[in-house]
Design a protein around this ligand. Sequence first.
Ligand SMILES: Nc1ncnc2c1ncn2[C@@H]1O[C@H](COP(=O)(O)OP(=O)(O)O)[C@@H](O)[C@H]1O
Ligand SMILES: [Mg+2]
Length: 455
Amino acid sequence: MIATWAARMIEGDVAHPLVPVVDAVLAAFADGAARPHEVARLGAFADALARSAAVTELDPELRALSHAGFLRGAMVVLATSLREAPRADVAVLLARELLDAIDVDLGVRLLHATLALPEVDGTRMTRGGIFAQANLLLGEQLRDRGDAAGALRHFEAVLAHDIDHARALRGWQQATATLERRGLLGTRPGRGLSLLDGLDELESAQAFGLARYELSRPLGRGRHAVVYQAYDRHVGRDVAIKRLLDSDGTRTASRVMQARFFDEARTLARVRSPYVVALLDVQPRHRLIALELCKGGSLRLGMRRGLVDAADLPRIAAQLRRALDAVHAAGAVHRDVKPANILLRTAFRGAPVALADFGVAQGIGPAGVGPQAGTLRYLAPELRGGATRATAASDRFGAGVVLLELLLYPTPLPDAFDRIDDDLDVTSHVPDDAPASVRDLLRSLLARDPDARRW
Ligand SMILES: Nc1ncnc2c1ncn2[C@@H]1O[C@H](COP(=O)(O)OP(=O)(O)O)[C@@H](O)[C@H]1O
Ligand SMILES: [Mg+2]
């Protein structure tokens, strides 16, 4: 794709979005900078860039060049290479040097241009990816310049996908503390967060100032909603607030999304189980619902943190079974059973699970349930073609995939789960050496025939 950009760029019909900023860097620094043919080390650096060397190789060399007094020359080499073959990771490298007090404005411009690249947006979910790196650099820059509100946005962008990212959390806490000192958060820290996802101050006063909730740190984010920890003043306890995001950055979320969001509340209200997250409050005017706070975060995070492992499988299977039985008994289908939607009630080993995120759940009405909506990896084979309707059995398949993932962790699930294939038979991926009861359960839940899936 980059080669295509370069070709089209040379033909002169379109400029890569990084080019205007890169040109500004060249205009600012090319004059008087050492050139690759004059300094062997700069020449080697240019060669490394020309053969698309990894940033891990380029970075130490850049530091060495800077140390040897050739920073200006190295930046021109970087900019020239970016002009020919734009690379987001190299752009971040150059931006970091620019921010290092050389030309902060150009550094900020370059990071903004980098964040706007579609391939960078695609790294949102990647730990330590370009998206996170660029946002951290921008957040720290804005914080140092005294723009705490601006900084907060960038730290939150990282935290929304990686809730315990230490550097982002530190930046977020500093920025909130600054806003609080300046009285911009009102009386409580965290109120400023409501400014971030589209509430203006007036609305935020109505939504949170008078009313019950004091928003605190972000806990996670999904497709259409962002979840914050909050303090419920009426009852005096911490809760989770799930707030519908504006659909396209505009102020009004689409009516369909709103309707679906509150369907989630209706479904939750019908289901009673100690293993389903409890609904505490619904405020349609503010597009939020309050849920019981699950302090352990999601099962996905729990596996990463070592809070749960294969030894917990029988217990978690039993709890998931009770959760799904309750959902199905209430006439609903969850449709999106996956580790990110299964929460741990406490942050300790042995914490019970709570099934959450009924955002795509549906009642089994006369019209049945709509076709697939969930995440491919956890989707039952009969739903992969898109023709069949979700059922209690397809939820059980999802639970089977979650449990297999827990059993295999940290080995990732086999690729077969990511392929669209309604012939999929994945029971062969259940390891033979698993305890017999676990093996039988997983083979049953993962059976191709929906009727054969039993707990
Ligand atoms: N009650 C809760 N307690 C703690 N964390 C929560 C709670 N609800 C959601 N989260 C966090 O927020 C993330 C997104 O919430 P979810 O309901 O799955 O939203 P979406 O419908 O947008 O996927 C979850 O993966 C989890 O990390
Ligand atoms: Mg979710």
